[in-house]
Design a protein around this ligand. Structure first.
Ligand SMILES: [Zn+2]
Length: 376
């Protein structure tokens, strides 16, 4: 494994990147690109088409020169390279095709260093045994989605006493059992151990709405927390502003905004973004975020909205160094938050929905396909 990458993921300063960490970042990105250019003919063609070589990476500003690969493009298998791995995870894949990401033991250890460091920064660790309510998938051997694995792993920030799942596997498919979860929470409020509710915000919303309809209030024991991640997915149409969701959680469960943590990550970008006390996603040392114009795909300045481009040197079987998401967002200076964390923060506005914008992101993919298939 690249030694710069190893050093970067062992940083003690995830939010105040030192010059040394920046140097590790750039060197690790360069090493990952070089490796992929040697081993993947498809990636080599794409880099040539963009006129990019790893030698172009002289400073952090040059990260914008990396060819940004749309996440949909990574679902094609012909860009992956053989990779010594001990785990394979997949993206959630609502439309059929998924990307398969493979990680070696040393890469997983780097991710573990990141999760532990960020857990400390955000006070997620507790020694008090805790009951977990998992608003997500019950783990199964053949469920390799990143979201099911990370949700399960995040239940180790405090020693688990029990796990209750909202999505249970029965007769060959997952079924939502929110009433079972609600009943379990009714039991848990009567005991003294803290409760952690982990999972998709949509399920938390459905649960709280149901409680409101029935006029139920379950005050959770002291020290309880809510950890949200994974977005609204297929329930996008029902999405409510997070302030409303937080108010509902306080009203129904007695869990205040200060005990609600949000997480953002992607199968193709395994960097963890944890919300700060003001509920902003500051960008940690392990990744960088560029915002690109929806029409030209040129990087835009801080404070402007565009398509989110995520960058990390973490290695896998896919060239995930620079990926273009389907999400719109904006990067703001750290000082605009006020929580004390210095690094810039990312605001995510959700899926690119406007027709014209869609064609442009699709156009970037078309461009790559033409180039990679030998026409360019
Ligand atoms: Zn902040």
């Amino acid at each position: 494994m690249d030694k710069n990458l190893k050093q970067l993921f062992r940083t003690k300063h995830p939010y105040s990147a030192t010059k040394r960490d920046e140097a590790y970042f750039l060197a690790a990105i360069g090493a990952a690109c070089r490796d992929f250019m040697v081993r993947s003919p498809q990636y080599r063609k794409i880099c040539r088409q963009y006129g990019f070589t790893p030698k172009d990476l002289r400073g952090m500003k040059d990260l914008q020169k990396l060819p940004p690969l749309p996440t949909a493009y990574l679902k094609r298998s012909d860009i992956s390279v053989p990779h010594r791995h001990i785990i394979e995870v997949t993206s959630s894949g609502t439309g059929g095709r998924v990307s398969r990401m493979q990680y070696s033991l040393s890469e997983l250890l780097s991710l573990a260093h990141m999760a532990i460091r960020l857990g400390r920064e955000h006070h997620l660790f507790s020694i008090r045994p805790t009951h977990y309510i998992m608003l997500g998938y019950q783990p199964r051997r053949d469920n390799q989605t990143v979201i099911s694995k990370t949700a399960f792993l995040s239940s180790f920030y405090a020693p688990p006493l029990s796990h209750t799942y909202a999505l249970k596997y029965r007769d060959g498919a997952y079924h939502a059992d929110l009433d079972g979860v609600r009943k379990r929470m009714e039991e848990l409020r009567r005991q003294r151990r803290p409760v952690r509710i982990i999972g998709f915000p949509a399920y938390l919303y459905f649960l709280l709405e149901e409680m409101k309809k029935r006029n139920l209030k379950y005050r959770m024991p002291k020290g309880s927390k809510i950890l949200l991640g994974g977005g609204w997915k297929q329930f996008g149409a029902q999405e409510i502003p997070k302030e409303e969701l937080f108010a509902l959680a306080e009203e129904r469960l007695g869990i205040g905004k200060q005990d609600i943590h949000e997480f953002f990550s992607a199968a193709e970008h395994p960097v963890l973004y944890c919300s700060c006390p003001n509920h902003h996603f500051h960008i940690p040392a392990y990744g960088r975020v560029l915002i690109r114009d929806v029409r030209t795909l040129e990087p835009v300045e801080k404070g402007k909205t565009g398509i989110i481009n995520l960058i990390t040197p973490l290695h896998s079987n896919l060239p995930i160094v620079s990926i273009l998401t389907d999400d719109l967002g904006c990067v703001r200076p750290g000082s605009a938050c006020g929580c004390g964390i210095k690094s810039d923060y990312l605001e995510i506005y959700g899926r690119v929905g406007v027709q014209g914008v869609k064609t442009c992101a699709g156009g970037a993919q078309e461009k790559l396909r033409d180039g990679a298939d030998g026409k360019g």
